[in-house]
Design a protein. Structure first.
Length: 453
C-alpha cells in the first residue's frame, strides 16, 4: 500500500498525531495506485434501501479482498512469468503515472521472456531426447520456463540502484541481458525445428549425399595420385630396404637377407609370378603378410589403381542418380547403412533424423548458413521473423529496465526516508479512522433521535 503526493495528506498536530477526516481517507484510497483492487471491490458491493425505516445498508465485503488478493498457488506461479507492475519498484512511494510506466516495462519484459521460452523449448527438447526419451518435452518446458522466471527475477532486481545495491543491480541487468542474448541467438533455430522439421531432415539428407559423393571424389584422387596412406607406408619401407641393398656388395653376408626383405625369396617370387593382385592377397591373407617390402608396395599400388577405376564408375552412377532420385532414395540405394543409422520412418510415413542431438546440430548449421547468405535468407521464412521479434523485444526490455532503474521516481520508491514518512502517516490514519467512525455513528444516532421526535 502506497501514498501518492497530493494535497489530501493532512498536517500533523502539535502532539505528533495526524488529523484525518473520512473525506481525506476516501480521497487517498481513490488516488492511490496500489488500492485499485479496493475501488473495484467497492464498486461491486450491493446496497439495499429500506423505505420503511429510511436506512441504507450495504453488503459486507469479504476479508479476502484485502488479505488474499495476491495469495494462492496460481497467482504465485503467474507472477513468476508475468510479474506485477509494481514488482520492479520499491514500496516507499509511487504515483499512478509512475505505476503505469512500470507496468509498460514489466509487460514488455514478460512478453520478451515468454516469447524466448516459446521459441527455444523445441531446441532444448530435441537436445535432451537422446537422454530423456519421452520425458524430454516436459523437461524442456520446465527448463524453458525456469529460465523465464530467472530472467524476470533478474530484470526486477536490476531496478534497485539505491546506495549499496548499484553493483548488484548492474549484475542483475547483465544476467538478464546474457540470458536474453543466449535465447535470442537460438530463437530462430527453435522455431525452425518447430515448423520446418521436415525441411531440416531433407536438407540433412542432401548434405549427407553431397558428403558421400565428395568423399568418393577425394578417394579417387588419393588412389590415382599414389597418396593412399597404406601405399605410402609400404613405399617408404621398400625405399629404405632398397637403399640398404645398394650400399651392400654381393659378397656381403647381409646382402642375401636384405634382398629377401625387399623382394622375398626366389621361391616366394615364383609363387606370386603370373598371379593377379587379388590372388596374391588371397594366398597370404592380407597385403601386409606378403613377403618383401617392395612386393607389398607393388601389389598395393595395383589394388589402388583398380579401386580407383571401380570408384570412377560408381561416381558416375552417383551423379546420375543424384539428379533423378530423392536424397532419401539415393542413400537407401547406395549407402543403406547410412540411411538406417541416420534416419527413422514414423508411423505416418515421414522420415526424421534418428538422433535428437544430430537434429539440433543440423538445424543450427542450416539456420546460420542461410542467415549469412543473402540469396538463401528468404528461405528462413517465419523463423527469421521470430528471431527479429526476439531481438526487438529483448533489446527494448534491456533499454527500458535500464532507463527505469535510473529514473528519479524509481530511486524515490526505494527511499528509506520516504518509507518512514509513509509509515507515520499510515499510523495516523489508523488512529483517527476509529475516532471518525465513532463520531459518524454518534451523529447518525442523534439524527435518528431528532427524526423520531
Amino acid at each position: 500500500m502506497q501514498l501518492s503526493p497530493d494535497p489530501f495528506i493532512p498536517p500533523e498536530t502539535g502532539d505528533g498525531s495526524v488529523e484525518l477526516t473520512p473525506l481525506q481517507l476516501i480521497r487517498w484510497i481513490d488516488t492511490s495506485p496500489d488500492l485499485g483492487y479496493l475501488r473495484d471491490a467497492a464498486d461491486r458491493l450491493q446496497g439495499r434501501y429500506d423505505s420503511t425505516t429510511g436506512q441504507l445498508t450495504f453488503q459486507t465485503p469479504s476479508v479476502d479482498t484485502v488479505v488474499s488478493r495476491d495469495k494462492g498457488f496460481i497467482k504465485t506461479i503467474r507472477y513468476f512469468f508475468w510479474p506485477r507492475a509494481n514488482s520492479i519498484r520499491g514500496k516507499s512511494c509511487a504515483s499512478q503515472e509512475f505505476d503505469q510506466s512500470c507496468g509498460n516495462t514489466v509487460n514488455l519484459m514478460a512478453v520478451s521472456t515468454l516469447w524466448d521460452a516459446f521459441t527455444t523449448y523445441p531446441l532444448i527438447q530435441f537436445a535432451l531426447t537422446d537422454f530423456f526419451g519421452g520425458a524430454a518435452l516436459p523437461t524442456a518446458i520446465a527448463l524453458s520456463l525456469g529460465l523465464t522466471a530467472g530472467s524476470n527475477i533478474a530484470g526486477k532486481e536490476s531496478c534497485n540502484r539505491t546506495k549499496g545495491k548499484r553493483g548488484s543491480a548492474r549484475s542483475a541487468l547483465l544476467i538478464f541481458l546474457g540470458l536474453s542474448l543466449l535465447r535470442t541467438a537460438f530463437s530462430g533455430v527453435g522455431l525452425d525445428i518447430l515448423i520446418n522439421r521436415a525441411g531440416i531432415t531433407r536438407g540433412y539428407a542432401e548434405e549427407l549425399v553431397d558428403k558421400r559423393i565428395g568423399e568418393t571424389s577425394l578417394r579417387i584422387e588419393e588412389l590415382s595420385t599414389l597418396k593412399n596412406p597404406v601405399l605410402q607406408e609400404f613405399k617408404a619401407a621398400c625405399d629404405a630396404t632398397e637403399e640398404q641393398l645398394r650400399e651392400l656388395q654381393r659378397n656381403d653376408l647381409r646382402w642375401d637377407s636384405t634382398f629377401r626383405k625387399a623382394r622375398g625369396s626366389f621361391v616366394q617370387q615364383a609363387e606370386m609370378r603370373g598371379k593377379t593382385p587379388a590372388q596374391i592377397v588371397a594366398m597370404h591373407g592380407s597385403v601386409s603378410n606378403i613377403p618383401g617390402d617392395c612386393n607389398r608396395q607393388t601389389v598395393q599400388q595395383q589394388l589402388d589403381s583398380q579401386a580407383a577405376t571401380d570408384l570412377r564408375g560408381k561416381l558416375k552412377t552417383y551423379k546420375k542418380d543424384q539428379d533423378s532420385l530423392s536424397a532419401y532414395s539415393f542413400l537407401e540405394k547406395h549407402f543403406p547403412e547410412d540411411y538406417k543409422s541416420k534416419f527413422v520412418t514414423t508411423d505416418k510415413g515421414e522420415v526424421e533424423i534418428r538422433e535428437g542431438g544430430e537434429l539440433v546440430r543440423t538445424s543450427i548449421g542450416q539456420f546460420y548458413s542461410k542467415l549469412i547468405d543473402i540469396e538463401r535468407l528468404p528461405g528462413l521464412g517465419f523463423s527469421l521473423f521470430g528471431m527479429i521479434i526476439s531481438v526487438v523485444l529483448s533489446g527494448g526490455s534491456v533499454l527500458m529496465l535500464r532507463s527505469k532503474s535510473k529514473s528519479e521516481d524509481m530511486q524515490m520508491s526505494f527511499s528509506n526516508q520516504m518509507l518512514n514518512e509513509r509509515e507515520d502517516l499510515l499510523n495516523g490514519y489508523s488512529e483517527k479512522l476509529a475516532a471518525s467512525q465513532a463520531r459518524r455513528e454518534g451523529q447518525a444516532t442523534n439524527n435518528g433521535g431528532l427524526n423520531d421526535a
